[in-house]
Design a protein around this ligand. Structure first.
Ligand SMILES: C[S@@+](CC[C@H](N)C(=O)[O-])C[C@H]1O[C@@H](n2cnc3c(N)ncnc32)[C@H](O)[C@@H]1O
Length: 396
């Protein structure tokens, strides 16, 4: 997810329809807060702001992706992302045989469109391309986009309402883990606090309370792993839903490989003492800022991903961690240069555009370093080339 500017002040004014939608979403969340006694956890607030049926940012009709939306993701930046991923998937599909692909949270459908096109070129189309998408609005957009691009493949593309049983194949999730609701906590001298959300009319404010036992236990688990206490007055986030999400996906994978891409860090960096304000980020019209309590329903709310939590949950569920690399290393060792070989035949304008896309995907200051890919598998499978260089699994 890549905004073009980073600033707190100076957010663009929403148009009247967006403002009305946001006000309705705020009213709904505010009513809910009153009904449940005047306070909700931040994770519940984030869940409602993003996924409340008919209102949430992902559930309702905001544009979200691309220039006219709020942020841009790797598959939206360039088909090169899907083409390199296809290079990794093709040999896996061949090894598994009669295999499916399951994409979680497919957004606009851009990755599915380009991945299927590239896999067709490799002669390795999956038996089925399954999509599990929680947003009815996005599901509709995915169907339209895929139908326009690949009408001949629609019979093998299926949308699921829940994880499949006995999946043999490949699971792909790009920027889904960062969209799972997180809890916000503060380490204080005599314990742990939870940052909750209260409503004042249709506006929201933070209220900190003593952390409930399950949250305190989860943060203590992190401190035990780190071998140190977090500093006093240290604010951060934890995604309590993440381990179960990984375990559920693992349970559905009978044999195969999972590629999980997101921006994030190994735990010791995620909870580094100087990262004392957490990683919560909001995206509105390509502006990144850190106030999730404004513009409910029309801005995206995300947090970076603790990749150690993914590795822990995956290994608990019997998966093997094949590799953990930056997006830049994944693309470069995964064969990006082969997808650029035709560049010499393009006119100068097209060459410049392609090189802009490569820079956005791979430069350390863009998506190259903050974005990572973790590869997880069940069963004997050859680790894809994308993990061959600069593997950081030992940092998890
Ligand atoms: C930031 S968007 C990324 C979309 C797309 N993968 C891309 O890279 O452009 C997050 C996506 O995950 C979906 N999502 C969120 N939670 C999910 C879940 N538990 N299972 C499946 N999809 C989910 C959202 O509706 C949305 O499509």
């Amino acid at each position: 997810m890549q905004p073009t500017t980073h600033e707190l002040a100076g957010l663009p004014e929403p148009d009247s329809a967006s403002l009305e939608h946001s006000n309705q979403t705020a009213r709904r969340i505010s009513q809910h807060i009153k009904q449940v006694g005047g306070r909700i956890s931040f994770a519940e607030f984030m869940q409602l702001a993003l996924y409340a049926p008919g209102h949430g940012y992902y559930s309702a009709g905001a544009t979200k992706f691309g220039a006219a939306g709020d942020f841009i993701t790797a598959p939206e930046i360039s088909p090169l992302f899907a083409r390199v991923l296809a290079r990794q998937c093709a040999p896996l599909l061949e090894q598994i045989g009669d295999a499916d692909i399951l994409e979680l949270g497919a957004g606009s459908g851009a990755l599915a469109v380009d991945l299927l096109a590239a896999l067709a070129e490799h002669g390795q189309l999956p038996r089925c391309y399954q999509i599990l998408e929680v947003s009815p609005d996005l599901r509709e957009r995915q169907e339209q986009k895929l139908h326009a691009a690949h009408p001949e493949l629609m019979s093998r593309i299926h949308w699921l309402d829940q994880l499949p049983v006995g999946l043999r194949g490949i699971v792909i999730a790009n920027e889904v883990a960062d969209a799972l609701p997180v809890e916000r906590f503060r380490r204080v001298a005599d314990g742990m606090e939870q940052s909750c959300v209260v409503a004042d009319g249709d506006e929201f404010a933070w209220q900190r309370i003593a952390a409930p036992a399950h949250l305190a236990a989860a943060v203590t688990h992190i401190e035990t792993y780190l071998g140190r206490r977090m500093p006093d007055d240290y604010d951060s986030e934890i995604c309590l839903a993440l381990p179960q999400w990984i375990k559920d996906v693992a349970a559905s994978l009978e044999q195969g490989f999972m590629f999980l891409f997101d921006y994030g860090l190994p735990r010791h960096e995620y909870y580094a003492p100087d990262r004392s304000e957490g990683t919560l980020r909001c995206h509105y019209r390509h502006h990144a800022h850190s106030n999730p309590l404004i513009y409910p329903g029309i801005q995206d709310i995300t947090a970076w991903v603790d990749f150690t939590a993914i590795a822990e949950a995956a290994t608990d569920a019997g998966l093997y961690v094949n590799g953990f690399v930056s997006q830049a290393h994944f693309l470069m060792s995964g064969g990006l240069e082969q997808d650029l070989a035709h560049m010499v035949d393009l006119d100068i304008k097209a060459q410049l555009e392609l090189s802009r896309q490569v820079k956005m995907l791979t430069m350390p200051g863009e998506m190259g370093e903050n974005f990572k890919c973790i590869g997880l598998s069940r069963g004997e499978l050859t680790t894809p080339a994308g993990f061959a260089f600069a593997d950081r699994t030992h940092t998890l």
